[in-house]
Design a protein around this ligand. Structure first.
Ligand SMILES: [Zn+2]
Length: 106
């Protein structure tokens, strides 16, 4: 039966470069203070969130991404956000549709 320390030594020799790299990273990480670790954790979390959002954006249809790129404005009647190109202007007020323009003035 192979001695455990022998086995570890062999493993370390095989993974020498990778092991050294990981150990250096760990020593560096251990050397940083608690606050820095929390900041790192938050940054990693934010990065993960951005990644998920990015994937979702890619999954959206092309039409949807074009709409989100457009300036969004608020309907004076229903207060819904909608793309500027669909606006109906009447007496200086902006509406999402002719129906809401009529409802507002009627
Ligand atoms: Zn509306």
């Amino acid at each position: 039966m192979v001695d455990k320390a022998e086995w570890v030594a062999g493993w370390v020799a095989v993974n020498s470069l990778r092991w050294q790299y990981a150990r250096d990273k760990w020593i560096k990480f251990k050397g940083t203070d608690k606050l820095a670790k929390y900041v790192l954790l938050i940054l990693v979390t934010l990065f993960a969130i951005q990644l998920v959002r990015g994937v979702r954006r890619i999954k959206n249809s092309r039409r949807d991404s074009e709409v989100t790129k457009e300036n969004m404005i608020v309907c004076d009647y229903c207060h819904v956000h909608f793309p500027q190109s669909e606006k109906v202007v009447f007496q200086g007020r902006v509406f999402c549709s002719k129906d809401h323009q009529r409802e507002f003035n009627g």
